[in-house]
Design a protein around this ligand. Sequence first.
Ligand SMILES: O=C(CO)[C@@H](O)[C@H](O)COP(=O)(O)O
Ligand SMILES: [Fe+2]
Length: 217
Amino acid sequence: MTTCCIHPSILSADFVNLESELRRIGSADAVHVDVMDNSFVPNLTLGLPVVKRIQAVSPIPLDVHLMIDDADRWAPEYAGAGVSSVTFHAEAARAPIRLARELRSAGAKAGMALRPATAVEPYLDMLGELDMLLVMTVEPGFGGQSFLDVTLPKIRRAAEAIRGGNLPVAIQVDGGITEETIGRAAEAGATVFVAGSSVYGTEDPAVAIAGLRRAAS
Ligand SMILES: O=C(CO)[C@@H](O)[C@H](O)COP(=O)(O)O
Ligand SMILES: [Fe+2]
């Protein structure tokens, strides 16, 4: 598995100018779209109609991160919008295996996310049902937080299981990813890196993306 992928999060973009904000990250591998419902997390962002419009104009694929309750009900609707991947939270899904299968049959890659305090062990047996495991490296809900090193052993544990089973599952990390922290996450086994403030909070997102790629390898 290569450390290929930088996914800027539009949570840190200018929400009034989303189309031009997408063009500024054209050199990234995908755009990470954070959907929050003010229930699963204490913040509210955007929903399905906005995701559909982003999907219609984005020059790069959409990686949708659902921080919402009742993932079983809503996640398939996002997959149906034609996005590249849909990630639901394990803590918000009643039937994660069935849900991952539904996402794949709707044509999206299936991702499952774990909060920092959620252990990976109960989910190791279902990794084969996923295309991506998202290890949250901050508490979900807000951009601009500091990377939690306490999550590194979980990334290592997941990477070991993925290697051991020879599974084509990517490990995504999300939260506090900067040129300073990305190397530690990559060394632990992460292969897809979400970065919000360290991309959109800079003068030139393209330069920031290139810097993150260098620091990850
Ligand atoms: O899902 C989330 C936050 O819950 C993220 O995707 C953030 O948007 C990442 O922002 P930074 O920590 O990179 O600023
Ligand atoms: Fe996210």
